[in-house]
Design a protein around this ligand. Structure first.
Ligand code: ZN
Length: 501
């Protein structure tokens, strides 16, 4: 078989694996949206069976041999084809690093961890979760050993979510970000100039919220011919190739902005998925780069566009129409100010733009300290509370709104919190370049024309697929390595003006 023929056969097998992965994602999506409760058991069996088949296909030895042969001797492949082979081989080798018995041990620890976490959170008693958490950290450290790493043990895990980024890069960067954001928040809190939020304090009908969310998604250019918006307990975006992108949101009658910004956030993820290069469908090149780059897309739409003054001037008419009669006296300026209210709080998922990263940095510092052996999992609650006092000036009354608030650690999700903050930093770095490339950007946004923003992101980020790592993409798009300067400048300018600092 020639290399060309072998390449085609490899692509076919990769696509089979990928389409089966899509089918499993449909099962997951259905589980979170429409599945009747009584189907939970059988759905669990269906997912276990299909995931087992997927794992066997993805780690098939012949596939690995063929990928290695092409990687070593792919002279007659073009550069995209060679990249595809390298990326597929990277994925293949990474998914073969963990022994099967260890993967099983992780799965069992995760399901025990979730149960223990739920119990502990309900009882507001960390001790009920302490053993499961210690076990998950021990498994995380062993996983890092199996994967292999240079420098901090943290890097062995971080690579799963943000390849190319290291704890050594993040530690000084996050420390400086924390200091500067802490200072900004202190000045905002002390400012006599605060937004009027009194008008938000009423019931907002769900159907009206949904109508407004859909109008904004249409304005963003979300393609409802290749996507849907449904309801789920925790908003998320999933896709079954670029041709089928599913968003979910949730509606709370007491919170007007929550559904809007969930829709814009997930819509940003959705536009990324929709914009991935479909000519490489089913291969690693049609895949997003990293969780951080994914998050940069959602944050850019949610915050940099959705919480901007021009956006509110463009959408205030639509806003008033959607909530017929309920928004008399609310103009664009009032909506803009209220959508940017800043308040240090205990709960990460409710945090505003100025305090959000502080929640992440606390988790990152704790994860690093435990993995590097400087902190025992049993001592997390005390350190957590100290850090909340220091960074946000608040103290949890109990651990359910402290270190037990997030599900991640209970299911072994250790090493990926930093991608949320990286998303914010990347977004600002991309946006700064976009503003230079598109001098009429804000005039367009104010006129309700978001197509240039979407077009720029598609060309510079989405269409790239997975040809670069996040650090490479940053350099290519912005001409700079990772830096917090554009992000801090964005925050200081917007909030400085809003709060008259
Ligand atoms: Zn997100």
């Amino acid at each position: 078989m020639s290399n060309k023929e072998l390449f085609e056969s490899v692509v076919e097998r990769l696509q089979e694996v990928s389409y089966l992965g899509n089918a499993i994602s449909v099962l997951h999506w259905d589980q979170e949206t429409y599945m009747p409760e009584g189907a939970a058991d059988v759905r669990g069996r269906q997912l276990a069976a299909t995931s087992g088949i997927l794992h066997r296909m993805a780690t098939d030895q012949e596939l690995g041999d063929d990928l290695r042969r092409l990687a070593n001797d792919g002279v007659d492949l073009d550069s995209d084809q060679r990249k595809l082979v390298d990326e597929a081989l990277y994925d293949y080798e990474r998914s073969n690093k963990l022994p099967e018995s260890f993967v099983k041990e992780i799965a069992e620890a995760d399901s025990r961890g979730i149960i223990a976490w739920k119990k502990a959170r309900k009882a507001k008693d960390f001790s009920l979760f302490a053993d499961a958490l210690a076990k998950n950290y021990e498994l995380a450290r062993r996983a890092a050993d199996y994967y292999g790493y240079e420098g901090s043990v943290y890097n062995g895990l971080l690579e799963n979510y943000e390849r190319g980024m290291t704890a050594e890069m993040l530690k000084p960067l996050f420390a400086e970000l924390a200091t500067r954001q802490k200072d900004l928040v202190a000045r905002i809190v002390a400012s006599p100039s605060q937004p009027d939020e009194s008008w938000l304090n009423r019931e907002w009908p769900v159907d009206m919220q949904e109508r407004f969310s859909r109008s904004v998604l249409e304005m963003m250019g979300f393609d409802f011919d290749h996507g849907r918006l449904d309801v789920a307990a925790h908003p998320f975006c999933t896709s079954f190739t670029a041709n089928d992108v599913r968003l979910t949101s949730r509606y709370d009658t007491g919170l007007l902005f929550s559904s809007l910004y969930s829709a814009m956030h997930e819509g940003g993820h959705g536009l990324y998925e929709r914009g991935l290069p479909s000519e490489w469908e089913g291969t690693p090149l049609a895949h997003s780069i990293s969780l951080g780059v994914h998050e940069s897309q959602s944050r850019l739409w949610e915050n940099m566009i959705g919480r901007s003054r021009p956006f509110w001037h463009a959408s205030i008419g639509m806003f008033r129409d959607a909530f017929a009669g309920m928004l008399d006296g609310v103009d664009a300026e009032k909506a803009y100010a209220a959508s940017n209210a800043v308040r240090p709080s205990l709960i990460r998922v409710e945090a505003d733009e100025c305090t959000y990263n502080l929640h992440i940095i606390i988790r990152f510092e704790i994860e690093v300290a435990v993995l590097e052996g400087d902190l025992k999992p049993a001592d997390i609650p005390g350190v957590w509370n100290e850090k909340y006092k220091e960074y946000l000036g608040v103290t949890p009354p109990d651990d359910s709104v402290g270190c037990l608030q997030d599900i991640h650690w209970s299911q072994g999700g250790i090493g990926y919190f930093p991608t949320y903050t990286l998303g914010n930093i990347y977004a600002a770095q991309f946006f700064e370049k976009m503003e230079t490339d598109l001098p009429d950007l804000w005039a367009g946004v104010e006129a309700g024309d978001l197509a240039p923003v979407r077009g720029w992101l598609r060309e510079n980020i989405h269409q790239v697929g997975r040809k670069f790592t996040a650090p490479e993409l940053l350099k290519r798009v912005s001409g700079r390595d990772l830096t917090i300067e554009p992000y801090m400048k964005y925050l200081e300018t917007k909030f400085g003006e809003l709060y008259k600092l």
